[in-house]
Design a protein around this ligand. Structure first.
Ligand code: DGJ
Length: 738
């Protein structure tokens, strides 16, 4: 049955997904009103035999329009609450030069239904444009609205992915008036939720502490999360969960969730109305927002991804992971992400051809599949004060260029990767000396540097094309298989030739370079990085294969960061490294087993100075990497069940189950190990109750259990004991059906 239906008698749109629904009502006066969303009573069944939309109408009194959950609230009419769109029309006879305060401007928008259609190939704004994107057809409901007076159109789009229970919403505005229209607020979508849906979970943190989760009860008023930058942000990330108080746990309960497919200045606003109703708005950030829509012009926003489940927070993650794996991440020939070596924590800026050759030789010998040279290989980049912008090998470090090292790496059977930070420039660089105007700045005013760098102005098409040409030529000449694409500063003094459009133009330029590189080099993979986890979102994951979650590689802190990351983003996109015994950032010393157990939860990488290890240690690395390769298909493509969270009780327990349930991976990291406190047994989920599973760690078989037993009595705590007290314990087990 088609997932999008319209009942002309009841004037109801129904989006029926595998186990959730979303319904709209067209009122007699042409308003599009939200009827409801939630889990279906019977999964995949007919959602309901009868609808009577009038029964769901709020009491008809003078504040009717305030309480009515408009699908896309506009500033105008009798609305005075938060809105998704705010426009300024200029009346004929007025001129833009007379400014916003001219009495001839109209700040009143009354969108009314005109028509609707179901499209098969609709795409949001900023959608990936490279050939590796998933292009399978999905139905999209498009509802056309028009202002009652002005020739101004709004199209609301709803693209459905029924198997993943996901709806992508976006909005297109078109100015058919004779004059420019100023847009002062523009959301991708708006989600009205039932009264009492007040329990909000969102990401909070900072550099090296990304993906912390904060839970709070929304009180009357507006709670707003904003990122006023050119990346997605370390402090917050555009993802949320909402449910009613005491109504959801990790394993059960109705939860709504949403995420933005966009990597720039964004906003999520949660309005708790005096009536008790909840409304979620997601779109462009308000900081320095401005959009002037010329006569005849249109603008299409990126998507707000929304969903609902009756299966608790764990099911939210499984749904959005599945969605990202199936519909968002580039579909490359590499069905499994390779084991990476990255030089950053081994050599920092001390990058030389000989040093990298030695590391590459050892990396290949322990089973690494992709070798990436980090910062310090280009221009005059002996430290972070110079060279950014000059993407040619540093002559002192690579006297014969980069090709000999790339060839060496390829001969060792590995892929070759390089770190780049294309959006930036050091003032001490040839690029800046040649083009001092190519950076964001206000002429005649200071240009603040952060990490000694300035941001290139992507409002200038020539800047975007310059970078594309340089990177493209370099990939072709040297044979680069992987870019670690970094971005290391916040935006200040956002002066651009594009004016306020720079916030969108920057993201557009970034996406264009990545998409075009992937188009020209289908074998090239990209990792998103922004000083750690500052650029992780469903927009960037449409053109990057994986993301760096944090610069914090301390195994214990990382466990918390990865618990958080896993709420919203799939494990096959989460790059994790095993690094030196004593962490460079926290100075904490941890065992190799623990470091591997933490890093094997996503895409395994190694960042250790391998030349400092002895043969026995290298052997341990080899064994652990071999074990990871065995569990990798399940870790990277399976369904995650979080059985415990580090932040909640000091033990993070993950079970990842393959789709066919023949394999699973159990991973437990006990951060705190108080004397006399028992952990486990851990009751597993999602296995085949009739199957017998062989459990092994990297040293061999550990035990055998039936699926039924593991899902009832549970799995005892087998984690490797390093004593009591402050020592952490951990284990990774492979489960295979016999
Ligand atoms: C920040 C990244 O997150 C690190 O991994 C490293 O690549 C440095 N930048 C290099 O400058």
């Amino acid at each position: 049955m088609t997932p999008i239906r319209f009942d002309p008698e009841q004037r109801v749109f129904l989006l029926a997904l595998r186990s959730s629904f979303y319904a709209l009502h067209l009122t007699a006066d042409g308003r599009v009103v939200h009827l409801g969303s939630g889990p279906l009573a019977v999964p995949s069944g007919d959602p309901w035999p009868l609808v009577n939309p009038d029964a769901y109408r709020v009491p008809d009194h003078c504040w009717d329009q305030q309480l009515t959950p408009h699908e896309y609230p506009a500033a105008g009419d009798v609305s005075y609450h938060e809105c998704a769109i705010r426009v300024v029309f200029r009346e004929p006879g007025t001129t833009p030069a007379e400014g916003e305060h001219f009495s001839g401007s109209v700040r009143d928008l009354r969108p009314r239904y005109v028509s609707h259609e179901i499209l098969m190939d609709a795409e949001p704004g900023f959608a990936p444009q490279h050939p590796l994107r998933t292009t399978g057809q999905r139905e999209t409901l498009c509802i056309l609205l028009r202002d009652e007076i002005h020739a101004f159109a709004i199209r609301l789009f709803y693209r459905v992915s029924p198997d993943q229970n996901i709806i992508e919403r976006w909005t297109e505005i078109s100015n058919h008036t004779a004059l420019p229209v100023e847009i002062e607020r523009l959301d991708f979508g708006h989600l009205p939720l039932p009264v009492s849906t007040t329990e909000l979970t969102y990401f909070s943190g900072s550099w090296a502490r990304e993906f912390g989760t904060t839970k709070q009860t929304l009180q009357q008023g507006i709670f707003s999360l904003e990122q006023g930058g050119l990346n997605t942000g370390h402090g917050h990330n555009p993802f949320f969960l909402l449910h009613a108080r005491n109504h959801a746990t990790e394993e059960a309960g109705t939860v709504w969730f949403g995420a933005l497919s966009y990597s720039g200045n964004w906003s999520l606003r949660f309005e708790h109305l005096p009536s008790g109703q909840l409304r979620v708005f997601g779109g462009y950030g308000s900081y320095d927002f401005g959009l002037s829509l010329e006569s005849g012009a249109s603008h299409r926003t990126p998507a707000m991804v929304i969903g609902c489940t009756g299966g608790g927070v764990g099911e939210v993650s499984r749904q959005i992971h599945h969605f990202a794996r199936h519909w968002v991440l580039p579909q490359t020939e590499r069905s499994l992400r390779p084991v990476l070596y990255n030089s950053w924590e081994a050599t920092f800026f001390d990058v030389t051809e000989d040093g990298q050759r030695a590391l590459a030789t050892l990396a290949a010998s322990i089973g690494v599949e992709l070798f990436c040279v980090d910062d310090g290989w280009f221009g005059s980049r002996a430290n972070d004060s110079s060279g950014l912008g000059d993407w040619t090998p540093r002559p002192e470090a690579f006297p014969n260029g980069m090709k000999p090292l790339a060839d060496h790496v390829h001969k060792l059977g590995m892929l070759f990767g390089l770190w780049v930070e294309p959006e930036m420039v050091n003032p001490d660089s040839d690029l800046y000396r040649a083009h001092p105007d190519w950076v964001l700045h206000y002429p005649g005013r200071p240009r603040s540097e952060c990490r000694n760098q300035l941001i290139l102005d992507f409002g200038r098409p020539e800047v975007v094309e310059h970078l594309l040409t340089q990177l493209d030529a370099f990939v072709s000449e040297i044979g680069i298989d992987f870019f670690k694409w970094d971005m290391n500063r916040y935006a200040t003094e956002p002066g651009s030739v594009a004016g306020r459009a720079i916030w969108r133009d920057h993201v557009r330029g970034l996406y264009r370079i990545m998409d075009e590189l992937r188009h020209r080099h289908p074998g090239l993979d990209i990792q998103s990085c922004s000083g750690g986890g500052g650029r992780v979102d469903l927009g960037i994951l449409g053109r990057c294969d994986q993301a760096w979650a944090s610069d914090n590689t301390d195994a214990l802190t990382r466990t918390r960061i990865q618990d958080g990351f896993s709420l919203a983003y799939p494990l096959r996109a989460m790059e994790c490294w095993v690094t030196d015994e004593t962490n460079y950032l926290t100075k904490r010393t941890t065992t190799l087993d623990l470091r591997f157990d933490v890093a094997m939860r996503g895409v395994l990488g190694i960042g250790t100075p391998l030349t400092e290890l002895d043969d026995a240690e290298l052997e341990q690395y080899r064994d652990s990497i071999a074990f990871y390769k065995k569990i990798r298909p399940t870790v990277q493509n399976g369904d995650l069940h979080r059985l415990g969270l580090a932040a909640e009780n000091g033990v993070s327990v993950w079970l990842v189950v393959a789709e066919d349930r023949r394999t699973a991976v159990f991973s437990s990291i006990t951060l705190e190990n108080p004397v006399g406190l028992m952990r486990g047994p851990f009751v597993l989920r999602g296995l085949d109750p009739a199957a017998r599973y062989q459990l092994s760690d990297l040293r061999g078989p550990v035990a055998e259990y039936s699926g039924a037993q593991l899902m009832t009595l549970g799995l005892p705590d087998f984690s490797r004991k390093a004593g009591f007290g402050a020592h952490a314990r951990s284990i990774t087990l492979s489960l295979e059906t016999l």
